[in-house]
Write a protein that binds this ligand. Sequence first.
Ligand code: BTN
Length: 248
Amino acid sequence: MSIVIGRNIIELDTVDSTNNYAQQMLQNKKLEDGTVIIAHKQLSGKGQQGNLWESKEGENLTFSIILYPDFIPPEEQFYLSKAISLGVVDYLKTEIDNVRIKWPNDIYVDDRKIAGILIENSITRNLISNSIIGIGLNVNQSVFPAHLPNPTSMKLKAAKHFNINSVLKLLLTFIENRYLQLAIDRIKPLNADYLSNLYRFNEFQLYKANDEQFEAKIVDIEDYGRLVLVNRNGEFSSYDFKEISFVM
Ligand code: BTN
């Protein structure tokens, strides 16, 4: 298997959301595997759980990658999320320390979010027929709106300005390496790397679920992506993304 993520790049000045744009294009034709749609400005960038993704025009990366991961059964789609998160982390580690994946696929540096990933898969006849991988990476933005909970950027962490095009090129090669690793070696090496890069892995911290706050530590991620915690009494429990929140 060989694909080149970013061989075909569609550059847009302004768009509502690169994920939506990709979705619309795919309704009309099949785009080359690895096509990247990048926008300088998104008018309503989509985040997880119906949130907006806010990014200052021209300072950051907001793009979507189109992939056809038909080798992944739909029930294993979380592995795609693992591979992409690891690609982003691998790249950021070349520039910044303390980069981690906050389950399921936020990218954190220390206790602050530097990148977000929104993966939208289309499933037809029990196959992932296409996947739109939306990535927002804060590159040169150094002032953020006050209502954003805990943002940071490459510039704030590395104390230097980055060339956005060079960041994109390198980032895409790291993502491609992890995607090929998933396609060729399958999941075992990715699982180990995902856990070893996981924010708060194996440390007791506060979580909130069912309106209750409790102390527990992350010990595993199930195949379908559920978070596995163990509390101070040694009791295990697992949670879906919408069922639990991290108390910061
Ligand atoms: C998150 O909530 O953390 C996910 C954010 C994903 C944002 C990116 S920006 C490019 C792509 N297009 C979108 O509308 N969203 C994703």
